[in-house]
Write a new protein. Sequence first.
Length: 186
Amino acid sequence: MKYFLERKYSRAIELCQLRLIEHPDILSGRIILARALFHSGQYETAEKQFYKVLQIDPDNIIALKYLGDLKFRTEDEITAFSYYARIQQMAPLTSGISSVIDAKPIGEIRVLTLTRRGDEYMSNHAELRRIPFKTETLGDLLLAQGHPRLAAEIFRGLAEDTANTRIKEKLDRTIEVIKNRGKKHV
């Protein structure tokens, strides 16, 4: 423990391993070994040692805490928090055990920016389905079913063919629906 506290982890590991060969059930020695392995960056070996500690003492708070830290380090947050929750259940007032959560470097962020193409209500006529016949009722149905671009195509065609003000009003309302819909999705 003296070497561990002095942060001489390799010496602590060496002494604990020698001692555990003779006495493999010494819990304190296995905990010091596991902690020294953890702090020296030998995470996989440390994890194995902490599991051995839990085989001897399933409620060992130190082993649970370090296993939580190891799982958190590998981004297995669910398992990490299950270890932390177990500690909290066993000792709700535990304040001596704390974890340092290293901030991960922020990666590159990609942003997708959508832009509108002017105020045209239809930018690509080719993308729309071909409609074999155009009637006001079909335009109304398409609009009611959530297909304003198709409805606008029908109303536009009808407005060009006739001077009916009702069709022109429906075309204007449909264009407004398309504009408002675009604003919601941007």
